[in-house]
Design a binder for this molecule. Structure first.
Ligand code: IPM
Ligand code: MN
Length: 358
């Protein structure tokens, strides 16, 4: 079998600790399934920036382009002004590698508490397909008369026909392939009642693409209503497709209803290029080096990575391990309250993957 070349970007704060557990689990799946990897570490992040002044250099980008995937911990440092690392590293990676999909599953596992009353694993199981290279994130706009009482700040949302279409198409394709018990449905989450240029484009393209998928129900919801229904009737959703900003916001809500940042994982995907997988929580600087942070979100990101690399069986072993540990072992998902250390959680899942997964 092929050797997967994986770039390891531990990054900041607890990023390196959780990624180390993810690598442990990937290796366990590799042993079990005869999958080989070449791991290459890249020292990107806040520490590196403060030492060298470098964010994402052309040289680093060029080497990343030779990899099969990137496994990322977290980017964000308390001593660096907000925006510098986020835009200079994380968003630059997403944009430069044209990772136009941000895939974020929202799935409540058995044994995990949700703040939603009377909702269980059968109700909370959907996927958000977030557009990842355009919208308000594109950096278009500017400021006039900065610092004066007449200051005007403009931040524009860029929406291209091609960008919306490839994202919407990905959502329908993903929905088609997705294994779930419910009927197949893709919901466009937008704001057609106010953002009449951007979401008119999205809506037209959405219903056009939907025609090619007659077996999938095509549905529309405004973003505010989407938030309401994610809380009130999460069982209505199967695949949600949305723009960059709305996707950012609703996936934090999604993370909370599935048990919190300790468990939420996602993939920044370029189906034709190099994709990047990350736990969606931040760098949690106050827990750095204490060995108490929950690595499950990072391990879940590893699962999505293997799945995307075509190692679907190994990915399912990892999911089974996550399910087992959440159901039988962890007391709580919060840092310091799990009843196990970060590396013990990694061991539990790695052992399950090696010895018990079906
Ligand atoms: C996320 C994060 C990033 C985003 C930040 C850190 C730039 O919130 O991955 O959701 O806004 O996309
Ligand atoms: Mn976010």
């Amino acid at each position: 079998s092929k050797t997967h070349k994986i770039a390891i970007v531990g990054g900041d704060g607890t990023g390196p600790e959780v990624v180390a557990e993810g690598v442990k689990v990937l290796k366990a799946a590799g042993e079990r399934g005869n999958i080989s990897y070449e791991f290459v570490e890249f020292p990107l992040g806040g520490e590196n920036y403060m030492k060298t002044g470098d964010l994402l250099t052309q040289e680093t980008l060029d080497s990343l382009k030779t990899m099969d995937a990137i496994y990322l911990g977290a980017i964000g440092h308390p001593d660096v002004k907000p925006g510098i690392l986020e835009k200079g590293i994380l968003l630059d990676l997403r944009f430069s590698l044209d990772q136009y999909i941000n895939l974020r599953p929202v799935k409540l596992y058995e044994g995990v508490d949700t703040p939603l009353k009377d909702k269980g694993p059968e109700d909370i199981d959907f996927v958000v397909v977030r557009e990842n290279t355009e919208g308000l994130y594109a950096g278009a706009g500017g400021v006039l008369k900065k610092g004066t009482l007449d200051e005007v700040a403009v931040q524009e949302s860029i929406n291209t026909r091609k960008g919306a279409e490839r994202c919407i198409r990905y959502a329908f394709e993903y929905c088609q392939k997705r294994n779930n018990k419910k009927g197949k449905k893709v919901t466009l989450c937008g704001k057609t009642n106010v953002l009449t240029f951007a979401f008119d484009l999205w809506e037209r393209v959405f219903y056009e693409v939907a025609k090619e998928y007659p077996d999938i129900e095509a549905d529309y919801a405004h973003v505010d209503a989407t938030c309401m229904w994610m809380v009130k009737n999460p069982e209505w959703f199967d695949v949600i497709v949305t723009d960059n900003m709305f996707g950012d916001i609703i996936t934090d809500l999604g993370a909370m209803i599935q048990g919190g940042m300790g468990i939420a994982a996602g993939g920044n995907i370029n189906p034709e290029g190099v994709s990047m997988f990350e736990p969606i929580g931040g760098s949690a600087p106050k827990y750095t080096g204490m060995g108490i942070i929950n690595p499950i979100a990072a391990i879940g990101a590893g699962q999505i990575m293997l799945d995307t690399l075509g190692e679907t069986e190994a990915a399912s072993w990892i999911e089974q391990g996550i399910i087992k540990v959440l159901r039988d072992d962890l007391k709580d998902l919060a840092a310091g309250k799990m009843g196990f250390s970060t590396s013990e959680v990694g061991d539990l899942i790695a052992d399950f993957v090696k010895n018990s997964a079906k």
